[in-house]
Design a protein around this ligand. Structure first.
Ligand code: UD1
Ligand code: PEP
Length: 429
């Protein structure tokens, strides 16, 4: 298995182009199941999750074709992906495919809407909590689906097609909102989703669905009204920039010092993290071309943070922020309210000399003068990149094992950081 070696102590200076968002690309790819026409997605990142989902969709009958230099083997940012599900040839999503990635479970709603049946394995994804799927299932049941669990599979049927209905989520769920929204686009009648997730990736999917002919009102709000239509058409849609990648590099620059332009980043997707970085004493300027992040000489103030659904501080930036706070001048409290087991990076950061006390859902991070490089293990996607950030500020070498987690969600991480002067090297197994 590949490792990444980070040699710390170098400030970051330069520019980083922000890729298309993984967590929008995946459901957008799945939306291709809803039409027999071609759905064209632009600004698609080159990630293991994207390749893996293309394989899963192929199994259902979705042809995918990649435009651009990468189609000829050379890497290029922002590929164009054409997805065509002329006929659905298989309505089963098998365990061996779905276990690798949480988002692949979102095929359930679209398959059910188009084929009136689906058999989808219970999902995998980052091991950050129990991550049940009850909200997805209850939502689809409210649209008339009959659902059973059989040998680790969700078996869903809607012999007369999905119907209108009201779905009131007891808790905000990004995935359940996307799953039910895609299914609702082809239901008979009106579907109302209350307490919908307002994450920008949900709005991106809703916007793409409207381009395909769906009738959706309330995009960006917590109540979505969907008038089901008989069929959806193809469309061309550009994936929005990755706010988690943006926040990650912003925190890396804040940690190492220096000045980096995050090209193509959108500040409106990151108001809470930008506010927190400014409170910590980091310069963040929003320009027409992106976000400029700088810290030159100033210390880092400790800031308390609580993760929340959008527009609050995202759980997907919690680990990276913790790595940053390890270098703050004082103690900060970080409370994780979304996932019950998303602190696995704590013990790995401790190997580098971080001082973090964990009690229940709150970590108290005591800033230290310096971190020292060590061998560490990536435990999940965002935890892995928090170790990269810590490695960038640590003295000496940090070797990160199990980098396949990083490859799921960060496009060309070594090159992007390397272009800004960081010493980050992949060691092939
Ligand atoms: C591929 C993708 O987009 N992944 C993101 C998505 O994951 P995902 O969509 O899986 O996360 P959810 O928003 O569904 O999870 C939020 C909370 O709801 C709970 N829950 C969820 C569904 C359900 O049926 N029952 C239930 O109890 C979860 O365990 C969690 O405690 O949103 C998370 C929260 O912003 C992010 O961390 C993930 O990066
Ligand atoms: C948790 C994440 O991914 P997944 O939901 O696919 O596990 C993530 O993107 O941070």
């Amino acid at each position: 298995m590949d490792k990444i070696r980070v040699t710390g102590g170098v400030p970051l200076n330069g520019a980083i182009h922000i890729s298309g968002a993984k967590n929008a690309t995946l459901p957008l790819m799945i939306a291709s199941l809803l039409t027999s026409d071609t759905l064209t997605l632009k600004n698609v990142p080159n990630l293991a999750d994207v390749a893996n989902l293309a394989r899963i969709l192929r199994n259902h009958g979705v042809d995918s074709a990649l435009d651009g230099k990468r189609a000829n083997g050379a890497p290029q940012q922002g590929d164009t992906l054409h997805l065509t599900a002329r006929d659905i040839v298989d309505t089963t999503a098998p365990y061996d495919m779905v276990r690798r990635m949480r988002a692949s479970f979102w095929v359930l709603g679209p398959l059910l809407a188009r084929c009136r049946e689906a058999r989808v394995s219970l999902p995998g994804g980052c091991a950050i909590g129990t991550r049940p799927v009850d909200l997805h299932l209850e939502g689809l049941k409210a649209l008339g689906a009959q659902i059973e669990l059989d040998g680790g599979y969700v078996v869903a049927k809607a012999p007369g097609g999905l119907q209108g209905g009201r779905v009131t989520f007891p808790k905000v769920s990004v995935g359940a909102t996307q799953n039910v929204l895609m299914a609702a686009a082809l239901a008979k009648g009106e579907v109302v989703i209350e307490n919908a997730a307002m994450e920008p990736e949900v709005s991106d999917v809703a916007t793409c669905l409207t381009k395909m002919g769906a009738r959706i009102e309330g995009i960006g709000s917590s109540t979505l009204h969907i008038q089901g239509v008989d069929y959806l058409e193809g469309a061309v849609h550009t994936v929005l920039p990755d706010r988690i990648e943006t926040g990650t590099y912003a925190m890396a620059v804040a940690a190492t010092g220096g000045e980096v332009m995050l090209e193509g980043a959108r500040a409106d997707l990151l108001e809470a993290p930008i506010g927190v970085l400014r409170e910590a004493g980091v310069e963040v300027d929003v320009t027409n071309s992106g976000i400029r992040v700088a810290r030159n000489g100033a210390g880092l103030a400790p800031v308390d943070v609580e993760t929340e659904p959008f527009p609050g501080f995202p759980t997907d930036l919690q680990a990276q922020f913790m790595a940053l706070m390890c270098k703050a001048d004082g103690s900060s409290h970080i409370r994780e309210t979304i996932f019950e087991n998303r602190f696995m990076h704590v013990q790995e950061l401790a190997r580098l000399g971080a001082q973090i006390d964990l009690e229940g859902d709150t970590a108290t991070v005591h800033g230290v003068k310096s971190l020292r490089g060590a061998e560490v293990m990536a435990t999940d996607l965002r935890a892995s990149v928090s170790l990269v950030i810590a490695g960038l500020v640590a003295e000496g070498d940090t070797e990160i094992n199990r980098v396949y987690h990083l490859d799921r969600g960060f496009e060309e991480l070594e090159r992007k950081l390397g272009d800004c002067g960081a010493q980050v090297e992949r060691l092939a197994a």
